[in-house]
Design a protein around this ligand. Structure first.
Ligand SMILES: [Zn+2]
Length: 266
């Protein structure tokens, strides 16, 4: 799979890829789809499409999502003031951890990041945050940033608009949204923008959730590392021992190569 240096999907590519992913998505757990990477005519960047749907418990009936706030205005097109020119900072990598927080693996990831003096971004699920509020507090306290990964990981492209809004609005408050499984389209990007959330996908898919072995995950990270690259790994959704082992080895090597690790401006 190609790993072009795209960061944030332009509308055209989002539409293309969203269509591919929507076709490929299935309601089964741990469904996997590797989509070809459509290339944006505007940037030449493509999207790595990977569909991941992990079991993470039934949504609690006692934790009803609050009503999503209706945006007062149509989606905003104004670019955020934050610096999203990620490739402009030299040998900097952006590690992103999806599907947490999770009681066993998130603390181990935090420990690993501390060891390597790395900052990262956690795209969290609202339902997990409700269960482990202390972990998201620990992430913030350690200087990491938080992105919205929706309430409970539904495939947004398969939902009616009102449900898409509810999934986004009941997720964590953030300036960034990562749609579950990367399934998106122009409409979802626009709905996210109406909540002032920028859609953030990734450049390097380690496929760590498939548990392909630590060596495979490490290889994906090393092969995809380049200035400004966003790397997708997971701290939730299952046993993440391979992810932690792979990152420990990869970060040791990458640090020797001069890389540092920053949080996204989410
Ligand atoms: Zn996810």
């Amino acid at each position: 799979m190609t790993k072009p240096p795209g960061k944030v999907l332009p509308l055209v590519a989002a539409l293309l890829c969203g269509a591919v992913l929507a076709q490929a998505a299935t309601p089964s757990d741990h469904s996997v789809t590797s989509a070809a990477a459509p290339v944006s005519p505007a940037t030449g960047h493509g999207l790595l499409g990977t569909t991941v749907t992990s079991k993470r418990g039934e949504p609690s009936s006692t934790k009803q999502p609050r009503q999503p706030a209706q945006p007062a205005k149509p989606p905003v097109a104004k670019p955020p003031a934050d610096d999203w020119n990620l490739a402009a900072h030299g040998k900097v990598l952006y590690l992103t951890f999806d599907d947490g927080p999770q009681h066993e693996w998130t603390p181990k990831v935090l420990q690993l990041l501390r060891k390597h003096k790395a900052h990262a971004t956690f795209f969290v699920l609202g339902i997990q945050v409700a269960q482990y509020p202390e972990l998201i507090a620990a992430e913030r306290a350690a200087g990491h940033t938080i992105g919205n990964h929706t309430w409970d990981h539904k495939t947004l492209t398969l939902l009616p608009d009102a449900k898409v809004r509810q999934e986004i609005a009941t997720g964590v408050k953030s300036k960034c949204l990562r749609p579950p499984t990367g399934a998106t389209n122009a409409k979802i990007e626009a709905i996210a923008a109406s909540y002032h959330q920028r859609q953030v996908l990734w450049d390097v898919d380690t496929k760590d959730w498939e548990k392909p072995g630590a060596a495979s995950i490490e290889h994906a990270i090393m092969a995809g590392a380049r200035p400004g690259a966003i790397i997708l790994v997971h701290d939730g959704g299952g046993n993440r021992s391979q992810t932690v082992a792979a990152l420990d080895r990869a970060l040791t090597k990458l640090t020797k190569l001069g890389y540092t690790y920053r949080a996204l401006p989410c």
